[in-house]
Design a protein around this ligand. Sequence first.
Ligand code: CUA
Length: 368
Amino acid sequence: MAVENRDPAVHLDRGFWLVTALLAVLSALAVYATIMWHPENMPQLPEAAIPADQVDQLFKFLTASAAVIFIYVVGYLVYFAIAFRVRASDPPDAVGVQIHDHHQLELWWTIIPTVFTIVLAIFSVKIWAGVQFASPNNGLVVEAIGHQWFDDFRYPGVHGIVTDEMHLPLGVPVTLHVTSSDVIHSFWLPSMRIKADMIPGMINTLRFTPTRAGTYPIICTEFCGTLHGTMNKQVVVIEPQANFDKWLAGWKGKNKNASDAIPVAGTGTVNLTGGDAAAGQKIFAQKCSACHAVGPFSQKIVGPGLKGVLHDPAHPKLVNGEAANPEDAAKILQKGYDGDMGHMPNASQNGISDKDIANLVAYLNSLK
Ligand code: CUA
């Protein structure tokens, strides 16, 4: 059967133009509501840095555009479904108007999205370029290193690792390099409207300038293991500069003998004499129980159950294939483990000392 190819304009009657006008009014209201909406007034979302303001503008532009597109698409969908429904008088095999090769329509539905996408690209690339490539401007360079499940920082002139919250002076441009020592994390400063993935073996750089003194959250936004949800820190924006300098000088003094190497794995042999099982049980509750049950080997949380780990005839070897004796258990606690059973952070990542390891081994040895 030959397909009709009538001019669709014929079918756009008064109802269509009425609906179009109604959708225009709704769109204008949505745009107005977006302009009047100030996310930065929410207590959790102050604009605490350049480029937070630009990011908010971009977000509002996107929200308004999406609202208009949504209103027109859904509005017309509903209108057409009603206006061009099958009528009782239509023959049972009725087919709607088939429109193709309508050059004017095709022209507009190509031009409008293209122009919109280009405007959006210019808007966002401008902000992104500022965050990525702004000149360092004699600012402060800070490094953030993600671990399961905390962030460490490195500051110029400070040896080793700063385990405090991240401190920044007000109004000074910051170049922030982020990376990870284990898995992929994501470093998010919601009040600065800044975020970058922390990827092992790769450095991502963000540039921003704190514009508001105060304390704001740092949140890990990439699922990175069981304690991902607890991987939060804070950024403290300090004024005046002298107070920041005092904080930095404090860390210079505190860390003056610290090693600049990023702690990756313990070295040397842990002295196990004098290990205290009761103290070990306390550390186990704080540091180990999120991943290990005190139950049979097969009772896996993240790692295996550890009941009788050094006395279990069914599992005479540790997960790394070594004999199940206190010295080899200490080695796993010290150096961590990577293998078939999964990943266990090493002692410095877990924040446990040699003394803690001795106590933990004594505790594990007491589980029979
Ligand atoms: Cu680190 Cu999620």
